[in-house]
Design a protein around this ligand. Structure first.
Ligand SMILES: C[S@@+](CC[C@H](N)C(=O)[O-])C[C@H]1O[C@@H](n2cnc3c(N)ncnc32)[C@H](O)[C@@H]1O
Length: 207
């Protein structure tokens, strides 16, 4: 059955995110994606970076079904593992041992503003336990800088998120980076992306 979902934003941001990934990825090991959504990013990046193994995950069954359908549709069944059921708040994350041994980093695209602040905390906490010194955690999405929105459209977006759920909202980069440092990460790079988004690369600096 074809359960593929189509998230239009992924078509707009996949190329620019792929360019950032091409600078930080090593040609080996697993990348764990948290909150993969439809799975469109996963299959695009798996094809773009064939030496790595892209491990998608999402807590929503409909999303995991979509990811599986995308994997099948793209003929990646032998290369790409089936999505994991990871809710960042349900810890410890259930991680296959093989991935635990050869993970090189974690990425989460457009997730932390569409979930509670506790999810952000948990993302850093669990990533800090899973990753070793030198490995990365990359976030992509809108951020406030110095607690201010960087554009009117981000401010409106933030309001619309809070109308859907009062615990959601565009996060402040400083507060996010504080969680990073509490869990052994340092902010390595902040990259301005199209449509008022950022890629943020955190690097684990302790063992
Ligand atoms: C806006 S979508 C982004 C999906 C995909 N990364 C993209 O860019 O198209 C947010 C995703 O975060 C997932 N999500 C929400 N709460 C989560 C949680 N507690 N743990 C992990 N993922 C979560 C949702 O199921 C959804 O797939």
């Amino acid at each position: 059955m074809d359960n593929r979902l189509f998230f239009p934003a992924t078509e707009r941001n996949r190329e620019s995110i792929g360019k950032v990934l091409s600078k930080i990825l090593l040609n080996r090991g697993f990348v764990l994606e948290i909150g993969s959504g439809s799975g469109e990013h996963g299959v695009v990046f798996q094809k773009r970076f064939p030496e790595i193994t892209w491990q998608s995950s999402d807590p929503e069954l409909l999303h995991r079904k979509s990811i599986s359908s995308w994997i099948e549709y793209e003929g990646l069944n032998l290369k790409m593992p089936q999505p994991l059921d990871i809710d960042v708040e349900k810890t410890p994350w259930k991680i296959p041992f093989k991935m635990f041994l050869s993970i090189q980093g974690i990425i989460s695209i457009n997730m932390i503003h569409i979930s509670t602040w506790n999810c952000t905390k948990s993302l850093f906490n669990e990533s800090g336990k899973l990753l070793k010194k030198g490995q990365f955690l990359m976030l992509y999405g809108p951020f406030k800088i110095g607690n201010k929105h960087i554009s009117q459209s981000n401010s409106l977006f933030d309001k619309s998120l809070k109308m859907q759920n009062k615990f959601w909202g565009v996060r402040d980069l400083g507060e996010v980076s504080e969680q990073a440092s509490k869990n052994g990460f340092s902010r390595e790079e902040l990259i301005r992306m199209p449509a008022n988004n950022f890629s943020v690369i955190y690097r684990k600096v302790v063992l």
